[in-house]
Design a protein around this ligand. Sequence first.
Ligand code: FAD
Length: 467
Amino acid sequence: TVSILWFRQDLRLEDNPALCAAVKSGQFYPVYILDDENAGDWAMGAASRVWLNSSLDKLNHSLAGKLSLYRGNAEKILPALAARLGAGAVYWNRCYEPWRIGRDTNIKKTLNDANVVVKSFNGSLLWEPWEVLKKDATPYKVFTPYFRACRAGTLPAKPVPVPKEITALKDDEALSLEDMGLLPKQKKWVAQMHSHWDVGEKAAQHALSDFISNGLDRYKKGRDYPSEKSVSRLSPHLHFGEISPNFVLDKILEQSAGENRDHFYSELAWREFSYYLLYHFPKLPDENFQPKFDGFNWFGSQADLKTWQRGMTGVPIVDAGMRELWQTGYMHNRVRMIVASFLTKNLGVHWREGARWFWDTLVDADLASNSASWQWVAGSGADAAPYFRIFNPVTQSKRFDENADYICTYVPELAKLPTRYIYAPWEAPVEVLESVGLKLGRDYPEPITSLKASREKALSMYKDLAG
Ligand code: FAD
């Protein structure tokens, strides 16, 4: 009999345990289902869909055009497909979003009831979340002991190579990529975003080797500087599973030992920790991890949120980050922390609003990492930044964007100012602004809030919360 290989967050051939099992079983149909119905509120955002469109195209090429595409409720589509194609088994790699776990459990039951074998594999994580627990069998809530326990346990599985002969079949009734309707109407936005990325498995492997040759040996320090090329930019590739964390780790551990390698390993582990938290605390995307935040008075307005989204707050590093996000679908980690701190602490807007915007605009939008990181910055999360840690955007940009290169890339209207005023143009004397033809409020906004006053307000509110 034939089988079905259900691709999900594993759009690759290399190190794909479900693919290996399907190939071993004989002839199989590789399929992908866009299931917005079950995803509900967490249906993929616009930028992710742009990425997915290209990624499916690339995967289809690697499968010699045999990838079958569908859209709709996978709980209905998959069992019907198995019956129509006469499949005796379905293989997939596991996902960890709460809605996917619920859905997949139902699908497994329906298929088993119809005598179809289901086999699932770990294709996305170094450690399964249920394998790493404290002595009292409860989950860790703090990263360092979690990572220590991970490292003390079983070593992550070695990557498995691409099977030699893949005999995939195509369902003639499947949809075309265009029928999937993944691309939004804004063609200019899509083209602009595309110009920053190569999508697909080959591109992911290339990004990894490029990082190993050109970024890794300065990673620990360099990763804080947004205009440096010291980070891997692997996040969208990892999110869509164009490359596996096991493959990445394996290649990284082949490099000479040292603080850079260790630090990169620990960042990969933050991704793991985010999945771990989401698995054990499935309300993470929607509710404060620390319930004491439930009574917090988020005083920010919709207008503040809009201004932040548009990169028009008048605070240059914040605007640069928000514009990088819009133009490229990515934002450097240091800047993500700065803009998130600014939104939640200086503007008093709920972290969920920020997470929502990121969800729609990031190409690496990931329910686990995005929810965990937003709660971390807001202070409501597990092992979160303490409440008094309010990033000062001006100090941060002076420190991590020394020549203001990053700011000027995305906020070119400030480029003519002497560097020391670029970080906080409202501090520049009028003659200086005039000498470069810049008028605040006309050419670039006045700051949306006073950094000092809003910081003090946040501090006192957070202090009340801490009791
Ligand atoms: P590198 O520095 O090269 O790190 C390598 C890999 O490690 C990354 O690709 C990523 O998979 C993982 N990683 C690194 N830092 C983190 C982290 N802090 N948390 C979890 N994983 C990490 N990351 C996402 O993948 N998706 C998101 O939706 C997301 N939202 C975020 C929201 C906020 C407010 C913040 C502060 C961070 C968010 N991050 C998210 C984490 C981090 O910013 C990105 O993973 C990182 O910037 C991706 O760039 P890179 O691949 O070059 O990272």
